[in-house]
Write a protein that binds this ligand. Structure first.
Ligand code: AGP
Length: 622
């Protein structure tokens, strides 16, 4: 997630902005920049890498001014580079934009602006906004007197009209040398907060950026704009009508603020999952034929039709995402999908060849085993699609095609929102592959999309189970063993839930295919072995009931996930009721309560939830 900051006041802005960007470093970034208005001139400084690089640049070539914007970039469109770093400018360099989010229709807007003679220096969606505002300034000012005092309302109206053409998510701010006292900001689907000071005002993606200067904040809502000056801040809707906003007093300290008030990054990231799912889907459905998959990855219908089979290779949580993806791909595209852990794939005599596709899934894009598997597949002539959360990471640089999850940086070592992002990206791929191969017609494709777009709402509903889950955790947090069981698409969720619990609570936990119980694991069952069973609506529901009876008969205490509206399940000591989600997509929702269960058990055991012992966020060695 990018970080945006802005300032209008009576103090020198650059040091304040640098301080603010440092407070947003937790959001992750790969480049940074700022723009300052000084004596009517707009000056930019941008640098790759850490903020210290930007700081050195500013020390060598200082910038002064009291109205300014700053930005840390987490790459979504276009690799990490100075050219792609914000702020982005219009042709004349007199207007800049900083932005956090994803403009879905930036390519069509860019084509139109190129036809109008605009020249672009970056690959980003954000730069399109700068040129669009510049174009709107020309249109709005046509036939109007151009006196300096009219430039502020002109900039506001031009920005407002530009926003009406954007589709997607944005928290953005605009600065124009000809309106040197004002910043125009707007919010839809990405966070934007105004900090109200004495004779100075701030804007930021998150409160830590200005918490050292003011605790009085205004949280902007979707479809709102702000006109920020040193003396005052006024608010409007996208129709240009003035609106009133009520400031709040921030009570958090800085550390709490970086976790949005949650105790750990992991819990914050669990709660970011609806957004991670929405952002990973955003703008990636239509047109279904030769649409986003071709535009974003280069994978076109022809290539997809040529594939004979798919190999899916990953590690840990990402491997579990592949296991779910296997069921989706085989059921919806008709292509065989073989899933393996990367550490096994790379040393096996694999039969992958030039007619095959290797899909790798990785949050970091730096996992050594997965990278080795990619290299091996390429030596065999296979094509590689990487599903990854980190633009420009090692795996994405070697893959033939990249489909990014847009989850923002994940700090908890235990992967949560990245998992939901990976599943979402796999669902997007499966949809387009099924349509490309003629295995799914446009109508069925539209129905699948209708189901998929409801998932963030279902995840929000599942998150509401947290109080109940805490009660259950309190009953079981002292246990030494857990068994998680599931079937069909939820078998992988049993594995993932067990991994979550074991890696943060250090409790021995196993995930098992429920049908396997009688082949050995049932020998483990007694009253000291809690069993978590996934019994949400399914074609194998009756089979799951039988498995439940097997473990109940041996004294197990049962935590059971079931679907609202379904009858009570006999023997379920601790039911957790989830919304009625189409079975094939239920893994995206069923994992939510199980992440929360693992989190609260680990927290009650006093474990270091964000940094569990012996583990690293990215395993870059074998
Ligand atoms: C999951 O909670 C773990 N942190 C770990 O299994 C992780 O999923 C695995 O190391 C793969 O990492 P990657 O997604 O960055 O490749």
């Amino acid at each position: 997630m990018c970080g945006i900051v802005g300032y209008a006041g009576a103090r020198q802005a650059p040091p304040l902005l640098m301080e603010g960007l440092k407070r947003l470093e937790y959001r992750g970034y790969d480049s940074a920049g700022l723009a300052v208005i000084n004596d009517g001139q707009l000056v930019r400084r941008r640098a790759m890498g850490k903020l210290s690089n930007l700081e050195s640049l500013i020390q060598k070539d200082p910038v002064k001014g009291m109205v300014a914007l700053g930005h840390t970039r987490w790459a979504t469109h276009g690799k990490p580079s100075e050219e792609n770093a914000h702020p982005h400018a219009d042709c004349g360099g007199s207007l800049v934009v900083i932005h956090n989010g994803i403009i879905e229709n930036y390519l069509e807007l860019k084509d139109r602006l190129l036809d109008q003679g605009h020249k672009f220096e970056s690959e980003t969606d954000t730069e399109v906004v700068a040129h669009l505002v510049e174009e709107k300034i020309k249109e709005v000012s046509r036939g109007r007197p151009s006196t300096p005092d009219l430039n502020e309302p002109l900039l506001f109206e031009a920005t407002r009209q530009a926003l009406s053409e954007l589709r997607g998510a944005y928290a953005l701010a605009v600065l124009w040398a000809k309106a040197p006292d004002v910043i125009i900001a707007a919010k839809t689907a990405s966070p934007l907060i105004i900090g109200l000071g004495q004779g100075e005002n701030f804007l930021a993606s998150d409160v830590p950026a200005f918490l050292g200067y003011t605790r009085k904040a205004v949280f902007m809502e979707d479809g709102e704009m702000a006109v920020l000056k040193a003396s005052r801040c006024t608010y409007f809707n996208l129709k240009g009508q003035k609106i009133e906003k009520t400031p709040v007093q921030i009570q958090w300290d800085r550390t709490m603020a970086e976790k949005s008030g949650h105790k750990h990054f992991m819990l914050k990231e669990i709660y970011e999952q609806p957004q991670a799912c929405e952002n990973t889907m955003r703008g990636r459905f239509f047109p279904l034929k030769d649409g986003v998959l071709k535009r974003e990855t280069g994978l076109d219908t022809e290539s997809i039709r040529r594939f004979r089979q798919i190999y899916m290779v990953a590690c840990g949580t990402a491997y579990h995402a592949c296991l779910v993806g296997k069921y989706w791909i085989e059921r919806l595209t008709g292509l065989p999908a073989h899933v393996e852990t990367a550490s096994e794939f790379r040393y096996r005599e694999v039969l992958i060849g030039p007619e095959d596709l290797l899909i790798t899934v990785s949050q970091s894009g730096e996992t050594a085993d997965t990278l080795a598997a990619v290299r091996l597949a390429k030596t065999r002539g296979a094509k590689v699609l990487a599903i990854c959360n980190c633009v420009g990471s090692a795996i994405t640089r070697e893959a033939d095609y990249n489909l990014y999850t847009h989850c923002g940086p994940e700090f908890g070592v235990a992967s949560t929102k990245a998992f939901v992002g990976q599943l979402t990206a796999l669902a997007v791929f499966t949809l387009h592959a099924a349509v490309a191969r003629g295995a799914m017609d446009e109508r069925a494709g539209k129905e699948f999309v209708e189901d998929l777009v409801k998932i963030p709402g279902y995840i929000r509903a599942a998150l509401k189970l947290e109080p109940r889950i805490k009660e259950i955790a309190r009953k079981f947090y002292r246990k030494d063993h857990f068994l998680f069981i599931g079937r069909y698409v939820n078998f992988a969720i049993a594995l993932e839930a067990a991994l979550k619990l074991k890696e943060i609570s250090y409790i021995h936990a196993e995930g098992y295919a429920a049908g396997e119980l009688k082949h050995g694991p049932i020998a483990l069952i007694d009253e000291d072995m809690p069993v978590v069973a996934i019994l949400t609506r399914s074609k194998v529901f009756e089979k799951m009931v039988s498995s439940l009876e097997e473990v109940k008969a041996r004294g197990a205490q049962l935590i059971v996930l079931r679907t609202e509206g379904d009858p009570e399940i006999r023997g379920a000591d601790f039911p957790l009721v989830l919304p009625a989600v189409p079975e094939i997509l239920s893994p995206l929702v069923n994992i939510i309560p199980l992440q929360l269960l693992a989190y609260h058990i680990a927290d009650m055991r006093g474990c270091d939830v964000d940094q569990p012992r012996n583990l690293a966020k990215s395993v870059t060695v074998e």
